[in-house]
Write a new protein. Sequence first.
Length: 164
Amino acid sequence: MRGIYGTAGAVVCAILFAGVAQAEIVPGSIPTRPQYVAEIEPICKKNTEDNTRILKGTRTKVNRDRMPAAGRQFIRASRAFGRAVRQIVAVPRPPADDARLRKWFKFLRIVQTNLKKIGLALKAENRVKANHEAIRAERSGNAANNVGSVFKFLHCHLLPSRFR
C-alpha cells in the first residue's frame, strides 16, 4: 500500500533542505536567488529530519490497525511542517522571484493541510479517506516542485521516495 506511507510521508519529509551555500542574507539588502536558497535549505533540512523522526513507524502502525496512533503522528508532522513554512515565508526573497515564491508557499500550505487531513482520517480509522488525502498531498507536493524547480532545491524538493 503506497498511499498513506510512501506519498504523505515522502511529501512531509521531502521538505528537507540542504545547505547549498553559506551566504547569509544581510538585513536590509536584496537577496540573490543563491542567497535565498542558501538561507532556506537549512530550514527544510531540519524539518525533514524532524518529520522523519515524527513519522517513524507509521506504516507499521497502520498495517497493524493502530491507525489513531499513526494519525496523531501525521498531525504532529503537519504542525512541524507548518512551522517550517512560516519560517521560510519570513525569509526575505528576491523581488524578481516574489510571485513564483508566493505560489510555491501556497502549495506548501496545501501540503500541510493535506497532511493534517491524513492524520484526521487515520484517527477516524478511515483508511480510504487517508489514502485519498495522501494522493492529494503528493499532487500538491508535485505542484510545489514544479513551481520551485528554478531554484534547484535539494532539501526543499518534495520527494515521496525519501520516506518509504
